[in-house]
Ligand binder design. Structure first.
Ligand code: UDP
Ligand code: MG
Length: 139
């Protein structure tokens, strides 16, 4: 049986508001194993590349500015059904619409500064993990 992986980032607002420990605790408490972990800051260029799939959307410019505005925490997570279960754990994109107890409902304030990223498919999870981590940074 294959154990699935997903990719996450704790966004600049989560770091700014001091929620790194609480969010990582929530993630591991939900049964996700941390396979790779990095504290870093994205340049505008790198943030633009990461979010290139959204380049035609009206919020792209602000998203890129925002994601390069302060440090982030990037991680690869492992769990059965990782992509779907992690999307459930983080909740809706807009924290006002996120279910009670989800990370975005608990720790995010707005649709743009929404505390966490979560991959939306196995393919994107693999691509996003490879974007941030070499083979020597996964355990
Ligand atoms: N976003 C935004 N305004 C919107 C929709 C999205 O600022 O109206 C930002 C938000 O930070 C979101 C990211 O763009 O997390 C990517 O959007 P997506 O639709 O992929 O949402 P997600 O997969 O993060 O829930
Ligand atoms: Mg998305």
């Amino acid at each position: 049986m294959r154990t699935d992986r997903t990719f996450t980032m704790l966004k600049p607002d989560a770091i700014q508001n001091g929620y790194v420990g609480a969010i990582l605790d929530k993630i591991t408490g939900a049964g996700f194993k941390i396979v790779a972990l990095k504290y870093t800051k994205l340049s505008k260029e790198i943030a633009g590349e990461f979010y290139a799939v959204h380049s035609e959307r009206p919020f792209y410019g602000e998203l890129v500015n925002y994601m390069s505005s302060g440090p982030i925490v990037a991680a690869i997570l492992e769990k059965d059904n990782a992509v779907e279960d992690f999307r459930k754990l983080i909740g809706a994109t807009d924290p006002a619409k996120a279910d009670p107890g989800t990370i975005r409902q608990l720790y995010a304030k707005s649709i743009d500064a929404n505390a966490v990223h979560g991959s939306d498919s196995d393919e994107n999870a693999a691509n996003e993990g490879n974007f941030f981590f070499s083979q020597f940074e996964r355990f």
